[in-house]
Design a protein around this ligand. Structure first.
Ligand SMILES: [Zn+2]
Length: 278
């Protein structure tokens, strides 16, 4: 599933591709992608005639801002956008097509069909599901070490589960939580409230630097993620721990292990990330 760096990359490429384009009509080929409004014809009718102003991101969601409307889009497992000419052949997994007045079209393709779109009047979207309960953005200046300590404070949840909870901090998924915990030398099953001040500072730094570096690399291409222009990110080449089971830790040479924490596959170095040290 794309996480913050991948969605941020899609956001940036979409801004280059579709800003200023006016929607002439919309074709919905798979109704279940459209979560709001209930009726796909109403969805299409509402969007017709509107122009895309900019594309933003909130957590792992894209906010496609139009004049007067906001389309909130979650790519889930394998959703992707691409800009095409209206003469290009359609992929059988293309489910939503935004036809622009200039003869191009933005196509949403999703092999797994788990992606969602919610359409709102502008200003409404941040007050209603799915965006209304989202927590702190980790790459904004407001995410200080102090803010991080407030979020973690008093919570007995395993630190990995806490970091994955989008109501606390948004955008971090399984890849970047494993990377951040490894960089900070913290075992994924340690209770959040048991982390020392020092560890929280290190973890804060690890989260911010890992996400920022991944954004700079265009995200990680694991499984089938590509950005809005069909290009793959390169951060997977820099991953220190995720996906490296039974390979030696770059730091200490110990074999990386994989376990399950909170139902999620979890990579860690048993030597660098000791439970007993916490
Ligand atoms: Zn190690």
């Amino acid at each position: 599933m794309p996480e913050l760096p991948e969605v941020e990359t899609v956001k940036r490429t979409l801004n280059d591709l579709v800003n200023g384009k006016q929607i002439e009509s919309v074709t919905v080929r798979l109704a279940r992608i459209i979560q709001r409004p209930d009726d796909i014809q109403a969805f299409a009718n509402l969007l017709a005639g509107h122009s895309i102003v900019k594309v933003e991101r909130r957590g792992k969601f894209l906010r496609i801002v139009l004049d007067g409307l906001v389309l909130v889009s979650h790519l889930r497992m394998e959703g992707r956008y691409g800009l095409f000419s209206n003469e290009d052949p359609l992929d059988k997994h293309t489910h939503v097509i935004f036809h622009f007045t200039d003869g191009t079209e933005l196509r949403y393709t999703d092999v797994r069909q788990f992606g969602t779109m919610h359409l709102f009047q502008i200003g409404e979207d941040l007050q209603l599901p799915p965006l209304n309960k989202l927590g702190q953005e980790p790459l904004e200046p407001s995410f200080t070490p102090e803010r991080f300590k407030q979020i973690v404070s008093g919570k007995s949840t395993k630190i990995k589960s806490l970091l994955l909870n989008q109501e606390y901090i948004v955008g971090i998924g399984n890849i970047y939580v494993d990377e951040s915990l490894h960089r900070a030398g913290i075992h994924p099953e340690v209770g959040a409230k048991d982390l020392s001040d020092d560890q929280l500072n290190q973890l804060h730094h690890a989260i911010v630097s890992t996400l920022a570096e991944a954004v700079n690399a265009g995200g990680s291409s694991v499984k089938s993620y590509v950005n809005g222009q069909g290009e793959s990110g390169t951060y997977q080449q820099q991953l220190l721990i995720y996906g490296r089971k039974d390979q030696p830790c770059n730091h200490c040479g110990t074999m990386i292990e994989k376990t399950v924490v909170g139902g999620r596959g979890t990579h860690y170095c048993p030597s660098c990330q000791r439970k007993a040290d916490n």
